[in-house]
Design a protein around this ligand. Structure first.
Ligand SMILES: C[S@@+](CC[C@H](N)C(=O)[O-])C[C@H]1O[C@@H](n2cnc3c(N)ncnc32)[C@H](O)[C@@H]1O
Length: 198
C-alpha cells in the first residue's frame, strides 16, 4: 500500500487502489508514479502530489450518489478518483482550461470503468460549469487569490467546496443565508487558477 493511500479513509484507499496514477502520466513520467510529489504533464501543469490529493478528498467528504465538479481536472486523475467515490448513481464533471490537456485527460478518464465521470474543456469566459450544476461538492486543484463567488453559487445549499486560496487549503460550505462558512486546513503549493478567457 502506498503511503498516501494508507493515510486515508477506506473509501479513498479503495479509489486510489482502483485508479492507477500511471494511467494519468506521460510515458516519460510513469516510472515516477509512486513518488509522493507533483509530476509534470506538459503546458506548465502538473499531476498533483498524491498526499495532497488524498488530503483534499478527505476534506471533500464525498458520498456515493453525489454530483461533483472537478475544476482543473488536468490529467483526469482526480476526476476518475471522484468517479469511484460517487459510484454509478453519482456524476462527476471535470473541467480543464488547457484544451490539449482536456482532450488527453478525457481519454485517460475514458479508460476507467466510470462512465458517469467525464472531463471537458472549460467554456470561454465561464469558471466551473454552471449549466450542469448545482453540485454537492466542488474540488478545485488550482489556486485563486480569493474564494470565487461564481463557484460558491454552483454549490447546492449546504454543499462543500475544497479550494486552495493563496496557498491555504480551505473548505467552503454554502449556507442557506449569509456568507459561506470557511475553514482553513494548512498550507499547500498550487499552480494559479486562471481566468477562463482563451
Ligand atoms: C494541479 S493541475 C492538475 C490537477 C489535476 N487534478 C491532476 O491531478 O492532474 C491544475 C489544473 O488546473 C487547470 N486550470 C487552471 N485554471 C483553470 C480554470 N479556470 N478552469 C479549469 N481549469 C483550470 C490547469 O490548466 C491545470 O491543468
Amino acid at each position: 500500500m502506498r503511503r498516501w493511500a494508507a493515510a486515508s479513509n477506506p473509501a479513498i484507499r479503495e479509489a486510489f487502489a482502483a485508479v492507477d496514477r500511471r494511467g494519468f502520466l506521460t510515458e516519460h513520467q510513469q516510472r515516477f508514479a509512486d513518488d509522493d510529489r507533483p509530476l509534470p504533464i506538459g503546458h506548465g501543469q502538473t499531476n498533483s502530489q498524491p498526499t495532497t490529493v488524498a488530503n483534499m478528498l478527505a476534506l471533500l467528504d464525498v458520498l456515493p450518489g453525489q454530483r461533483v465538479l472537478d475544476v482543473g481536472a488536468g490529467s483526469g486523475w482526480t476526476t476518475a478518483l471522484l468517479g469511484h467515490l460517487v459510484g454509478p448513481e453519482g456524476r462527476v464533471i471535470g473541467v480543464e482550461l488547457v484544451p490539449e490537456l482536456a482532450v488527453w485527460g478525457a481519454a485517460n478518464v475514458g479508460r476507467h470503468p466510470v462512465p458517469w465521470a467525464t472531463e471537458q474543456a472549460a467554456e470561454r469566459d465561464v469558471l466551473g460549469r454552471p449549466a450542469e450544476g448545482p453540485y454537492d461538492r466542488i474540488l478545485v486543484s488550482a489556486a485563486p487569490g480569493g474564494v470565487p463567488g461564481e463557484l460558491v453559487d454552483q454549490l447546492v445549499l449546504g454543499g462543500l467546496m475544497v479550494i486552495p486560496v493563496r496557498s491555504r487549503m480551505l473548505t467552503v460550505r454554502r449556507q442557506a443565508e449569509g456568507p459561506p462558512e470557511i475553514h482553513e486546513h494548512g498550507s499547500y503549493s498550487f499552480v494559479p487558477l486562471l481566468r477562463p478567457h482563451h
